[in-house]
Design a protein around this ligand. Structure first.
Ligand SMILES: [Zn+2]
Ligand SMILES: [Zn+2]
Length: 142
């Protein structure tokens, strides 16, 4: 999907064995995004940005492109049994969260709001897959 070898090596950081989310997002935006629709890249690689050890996803605020990776979302990643569709539930929240960013929402401090920031999967588990009233209002939703 990412075609150029030089771009690929820039995105994949060999020292960290991870993929730079900023570069991957930019590449997706340049290559695939278009007006009037949101483009979402779903990956199975370990994502990071230079200031953080890892990220679950990344999006352009008010933009047209977002990415997420399922790499760190499964219980198996942490040596735990895969139960209750954790992976799908977490991924759903992560996708809604990143899409929220593309619609201009910033991180929210309402504990159950899907726009809360998540460093660990436990953070994702704590929040719901819904927007709080304040975020809904900002999206123009009833
Ligand atoms: Zn976020
Ligand atoms: Zn909110």
């Amino acid at each position: 999907m990412i075609t150029s070898t030089s771009v690929r090596s820039a995105i994949q950081d060999p020292a960290r064995r991870q993929y730079n989310g900023n570069l991957l997002l930019k590449e997706l935006d340049t290559q695939y995004a278009s007006e009037f629709i949101k483009t979402f890249g779903l990956f199975y690689v370990d994502l990071f940005i230079p200031i953080l050890t890892h990220i679950f996803g990344q999006a352009f605020l008010g933009g047209r492109t977002a990415i997420a990776s399922i790499y760190r979302l499964s219980n198996e990643r942490y040596g735990l049994k895969e139960i209750n569709n954790y992976l799908i539930t977490r991924l759903t929240k992560e996708v809604i969260h990143e899409l929220g960013h593309t619609f201009g929402l910033i991180h929210c401090h309402v504990p159950t709001c899907v726009m809360g920031s998540s460093t660990y999967v436990e953070d994702i588990d704590q929040k719901s897959s819904n927007f709080c009233n304040k975020c809904r209002a900002e999206l123009g939703l009833p």
